[in-house]
Design a protein. Structure first.
Length: 213
C-alpha cells in the first residue's frame, strides 16, 4: 500500500504537476490507495495536507527530512492550497505565485493555470527574484514600491513577491524563451490590477504606473 505522500505525488503527476487541494482530494480518492469512504472527510483531507507539508522544505513540518524527501512546492505561498511537484519534468512549465483571486478568474482556474503556465515558470521566476534581490537589496513592487517584509512577519514575508511577465501571453510563440529582464516584480494587488488593466497596454516597466489614478 502506498503512503499518503505517494498518493499525493501520483495524483499531481496525473494532474500535470500542479493542483489545488480540492483537485488533489478527488484524484487521491479516485486513484490512490486511500479513499474518502474509509475515513471522515476531515481525517482524509488532514492526512493529505500533512503528507504534503512533511514533504515540502518550505514547510516547518519538513524538519529532519533529507533533500530527496523534498517533493512538493507551494506555488502561491504556504496556506494558499496550491501545490506543485519539484520533479524535473514539471519545473520548466510550473506556474508560481498564483493568487487566490487568480484562482477565481472568470475564465476558470484551469484556463488561468494554463495562461500562467505559458507566461511564467518556476525556474525563471526564481532566477528573476534572485537577480532583483541582488541588484536592489530587497524585493519590492516595481509599481507601488510595497515591500512585504516591511508589513508582515518574516516567517511569511521573506522572499515573497509576485513575478509578472511584461510580454503579453498572446505575443508569445510556443516554446519561445524568456529573459529575466522581461519579468517585473509586483505585489499581489498591483499584479491583479495590471491584468485587469490589460497586459497588452503595459509594454514597459514605466507603463506599470498606468494602473494608478
Amino acid at each position: 500500500m502506498t503512503t499518503w505522500a505517494e498518493d499525493v505525488r501520483n495524483a499531481l503527476r496525473r494532474l500535470g504537476g500542479d493542483a489545488v487541494y480540492e483537485d488533489i482530494y478527488v484524484e487521491v480518492d479516485k486513484y490512490g490507495d486511500h479513499h474518502l469512504a474509509d475515513y471522515s472527510r476531515q481525517s482524509f483531507t488532514a492526512s493529505i495536507r500533512n503528507a504534503v507539508e512533511i514533504h515540502s522544505s518550505e514547510s516547518k513540518n519538513f524538519k529532519n527530512k533529507k533533500p530527496e524527501d523534498d517533493w512538493f512546492v507551494p506555488l502561491a505561498g504556504l496556506g494558499a492550497g496550491y501545490w506543485g511537484l519539484k520533479e524535473n519534468q514539471y519545473t520548466d512549465t510550473m506556474p508560481i505565485d498564483l493568487t487566490e483571486n487568480d484562482l477565481e478568474f472568470p475564465e476558470g482556474k484551469q484556463v488561468m493555470r494554463t495562461h500562467l503556465r505559458r507566461e511564467r515558470n518556476l525556474v525563471l521566476v526564481k532566477k528573476a527574484k534572485s537577480a532583483f534581490l541582488a541588484s536592489h537589496g530587497a524585493l519590492y513592487c516595481e509599481a507601488c514600491g510595497f515591500n512585504y517584509s516591511s508589513k508582515y512577519a518574516a516567517t511569511i514575508a521573506d522572499g515573497f513577491i509576485e513575478a509578472h511577465h511584461m510580454i503579453p501571453v498572446s505575443q508569445l510563440k510556443e516554446g519561445e524563451t524568456t529573459k529575466i529582464e522581461d519579468m517585473a516584480m509586483l505585489c499581489a494587488n498591483c499584479h491583479r490590477m495590471v491584468h485587469r488593466y490589460g497586459t497588452e497596454k503595459i509594454i514597459s516597466k514605466d507603463d506599470l504606473k498606468l494602473i494608478f489614478k
